[in-house]
Design a protein around this ligand. Structure first.
Ligand SMILES: [Zn+2]
Length: 275
């Protein structure tokens, strides 16, 4: 079953998690309903892509209103396709929400067990990963393109939760909308790196389609890595939505040849204890 449900023209949520875990807000935006122009039409949420800064700000304000999660409670990252994870706390709130300069440097994932912090990352084809260990109230978000995926950022998040005493068996993961295997063609160099981490896996997540060209299922690759890290199969759900196939709904770096906007993934606990 598709874990992402459309709530509005501008965003989808992980409906089952939000029902199961009261106070949780988790999902991803679409490209619809913003004020950006041209290549960034219309709901571009990435500051780093040469869009007008004020348009990105207005788009972010809109999403903050829709989610009822104010911008001064967001955290954002300067994503570099590596595996740097940052544990964030209340004092970090607001960093990277309204200015790229203030975002967390060299960071491709966040985690926290505190309320009133929205973990945000931006995407246009790469795989958004959402983590929750409900008993420990720990949540996480990661950005996994091919580099982050083969460097096993997903496994690193499981290990980070582990330092807090969380067992992989208590972690649930959702693999979000991203580029599908039909749209994602890579060369030998990438497939070699995939082979290195999947020696003991029979069903490889790639297929040779022509000389030196492979179609790669990045979502399935992340799933295989998470299984190897000890997450139970039934606690991993995977979206079927493709950012490249669905031109109406999503920005796609590949399809739009690099000139495009960014969607925003989000996960956070609303501040409820004081109410
Ligand atoms: Zn596709």
């Amino acid at each position: 079953m598709e874990p992402f449900v459309r709530k509005d023209e501008s965003y989808l949520t992980i409906e089952s998690w939000m029902k199961q875990f009261p106070g949780l807000v988790a999902g991803i935006t679409t490209k619809i309903g913003g004020v950006s122009k041209g290549d960034f039409e219309t709901l571009n949420l990435g500051f780093h892509v040469d869009d007008e800064v004020n348009h990105v700000y207005l788009n972010r304000e809109k999403v903050a209103d829709l989610l009822n999660f104010p911008l001064d409670q967001w955290v954002g990252a300067e994503q570099i396709h590596d595996i740097g994870l940052k544990r964030v706390e209340k004092k970090d709130c607001g960093k990277g929400s309204v200015s790229y300069e203030q975002s967390f440097k060299g960071t491709d994932g966040f985690y926290t067990n505190e309320e009133g912090i929205l973990l945000t990352l931006v995407f246009a084809d790469c795989v958004p990963l959402f983590f929750i260990a409900p008993n420990a109230k720990m949540i996480g978000a990661a950005h996994a393109g091919w580099k982050g995926t083969v460097s096993q950022i997903s496994k690193k998040m499981v290990a980070a939760f582990g330092t807090d005493g969380i067992n992989p068996k208590d972690i649930h993961v959702v693999i979000g909308p991203s580029i599908c295997e039909k749209c994602y063609i890579v060369d030998n160099r990438v497939v070699k790196l995939v082979e290195n981490i999947l020696e003991d896996v029979d069903r490889k997540p790639y297929n040779l389609i022509s000389d030196g060209q492979f179609s790669l299922d990045l979502r399935q690759l992340n799933r295989l890595i998470l299984l190897k890290a000890g997450i139970p199969d039934e606690q991993i759900s995977m979206s079927n939505l493709c950012t490249s196939c669905d031109q109406e709904l999503f920005f796609s770096h590949r399809r739009d040849q690099g000139k495009t906007g960014r969607m925003l993934s989000f996960i956070g606990w609303k501040e409820i204890s004081n109410h």
